[in-house]
Design a protein around this ligand. Structure first.
Ligand code: MCA
Ligand code: AMP
Length: 503
């Protein structure tokens, strides 16, 4: 094979009239038309002078062209680098500079802003808007003779996905063709995907979940997707009778359960409900089962590892667990301090090894080395244990991380920005239980003496520096923060004190 990922996910659909995407306005995009746009964009990349291995960053709303650019990058051997469309310019520029991206594809507004502030140094900008207008749009209608995909092998990097960290800078996880292909093959088989499937795709496509889990599995199994811009409750209910699978974060299921429309009848044709990215409580899983008669299948993954474990397709799906390690993937539990293997049933750090595990952090060999054990297991920083039946349970995290509606927020990043505001002495950012989002962000602040600053002003400052989902939903002002003898803020104490804040 000359480009295994291209051949398995894209090439085979060249002549297929089957629908790949169903859009909200009743339009459809066939596989054949999709591959045509992939090849046209790939040709455009060639004309721009891009070479295999160059990084192509995207900051775009969720549209079909996003997926065409993904395919075009694989075709041309470029490294696909999708970014949250809600990032501020500060955040965006960090990723562009760190990855030394050659090209940014974004909307006209972002492009004009970067250009007017002369922030477009070191990379080309091309534009595409929600309605498909922009500098790339004319390329989509040009007739080009199709070219063969650039030769690549399984070890070549296909994508970089940034993940934040508890300390320091965000890290670009380098994901190879083999990482993507092996995981998609495993999931397709494990979850019984086939060409008859219609998936409701309501997730963002700049993360592993919506991009690699959902989209890659559909491409591999030649199935179709109802491609929604975002999770819209009413639209999801309208699609249920025509769908076979929903993939979502727990918030999707919480919102579905809040509606009287959720009945056994409406989900009759849906063969599989999958949840991941954040803990699904036993309560929600069991309640969903009571209402629909269908047991949500919970699975576990990470940007660095793709999917690690899953409850079984056939057999017992146990709520409160993330199932068995997927075929071909090794999962072990080790003592969080000594790193030694521990007895079955005891809690320790979850470590993972397999073809699914990424190749390291872009430009950060030390961080990469620190993330692996000597025998090459990836350290997840998640705490878990295997129960008596061999199901994995996630019981906590070693990392100071908040997961809000499936988005990861690292308190350190938010705290640093809050601390940079004049008049703020110190602050602590914590995750607090939230009915809709699972966890939500709360910021506890100590102001300098006699400073006049309120939560509205702080909120406004943060919104210019951080993507909205990272911004605290509430601020609390105190005279001091609880600390231990070494001066470390006692976050557990704060979490306990404010645990009912969003209730
Ligand atoms: C939106 N907002 C949020 C979130 N989403 N705030 C906190 N947490 C969130 N998750 C903010 C918006 O900025 C906005 O702020 C306000 O809430 C409402 O925005 P809206 O767009 O209406 O929100 P929504 O449509 O209700 O979105 C909630 C959502 C969405 C459906 C839960 O966040 C979502 O689709 N999450 C999925 C994330 C995901 O795919 N994660 C996978 C990561 P304002 O009102 O101030 O303007 S990959 C991963 O974790 C691993 C690999 C894995 O295992 O999958
Ligand atoms: P990300 O860095 O966005 O890839 O998020 C990965 C993290 O999400 C994991 O390390 C876990 O902490 C969390 N996660 C993913 N799936 C689940 C799940 N089913 N239950 C609990 N936590 C999960």
């Amino acid at each position: 094979m000359t480009n295994p990922l291209y051949e398995e996910f894209f090439e085979k659909h060249r002549f297929s009239e089957k629908n790949f995407l169903f859009l909200k306005n009743k339009e459809t995009i066939s596989y054949k038309d999709y591959i045509t746009s992939v090849e046209r964009i790939s040709f455009f990349f060639k004309k721009l002078g891009l070479f295999p291995g160059d990084r192509v960053a995207l900051k775009l709303k969720k549209t079909p062209i996003f997926l065409s650019i993904y395919g075009a990058c694989v075709h041309r051997g470029l490294i696909f680098l999708p970014l949250n469309d809600g990032y501020t310019n500060d955040e965006l520029l960090y990723y562009l500079r760190d990855s030394e991206s050659k090209l940014l594809i974004t909307d006209k507004e972002t492009s004009s802003e970067l250009k007017s502030k002369k922030l477009d140094q070191g990379f080309i900008i091309e534009t595409i808007d929600k309605d498909s207008f922009g500098s790339i749009s004319k390329e989509l209608i040009k007739d080009i003779s199709s070219e063969k995909p650039v030769s690549r092998n399984l070890n070549d990097i296909a994508a970089i996905l940034y993940t934040s960290g508890t300390t320091g800078r965000s890290k670009g996880a380098m994901i190879s063709q083999e990482n993507l292909l092996s995981n998609a093959q495993t999931l397709t088989e494990y979850w019984h995907f086939n060409s008859e499937d219609n998936l409701i795709h309501a997730l963002p496509i700049y993360h592993t979940h919506g991009l690699f889990v959902a989209t890659n599995v559909i491409l591999l199994s030649s199935a179709s997707m109802f491609f929604l811009e975002k999770f819209e409750l009413e639209t999801v209910f309208n699609y249920f009778p025509y769908s076979t699978v929903l993939m979502g974060v727990p918030t999707f299921y919480i919102r579905l359960l809040d509606s009287k429309k959720l009945t056994k009848k409406i989900v009759k044709n849906v063969r599989l409900f999958i949840s991941g990215s954040a803990p699904l409580t036993k309560e929600i899983n069991d309640y969903f089962f009571d209402i629909t008669g269908k047991r949500i299948l919970e699975r576990y993954g990470m940007t660095e590892t793709n999917m690690i474990s899953s409850n079984p397709y056939k057999g017992n799906r146990i709520s409160g667990t993330v199932g068995y390690p997927l075929p071909g993937i090794k999962v072990r539990i080790t003592h969080q301090d000594t790193g030694r293997l521990i007895e079955k049933g005891k809690i320790g750090e979850i470590q993972v090894k397999g073809k699914n595990v990424f190749c390291g952090y872009w430009g950060m060999p030390d961080k990469t080395a620190n993330s692996f054990t000597v025998d090459n297991y990836f350290k997840t920083d998640d705490l878990g244990r295997f129960n008596k039946s061999g199901y994995l349970e996630i019981v906590g995290r070693l990392k100071d991380l908040i997961i809000s509606g499936g988005f990861n927020i690292y308190p350190k990043e938010v705290e640093d920005v809050v601390n940079s505001i004049k008049g703020i002495k110190e602050n602590a950012v914590i995750g607090v239980s939230h009915k809709d989002l699972g966890e939500s962000v709360l910021c506890i602040i100590v102001k300098e003496h006699k400073v006049l600053i309120d939560s509205n002003l702080i909120s406004e400052i943060l919104r210019n520096k951080l993507a909205k989902y990272k911004c605290p939903k509430a601020f609390i002002f105190k005279n001091s923060l609880p600390k231990n003898n070494l001066g470390k803020i006692l976050k557990n104490q704060l979490r306990e004190e404010y645990k009912d804040y969003f209730k």
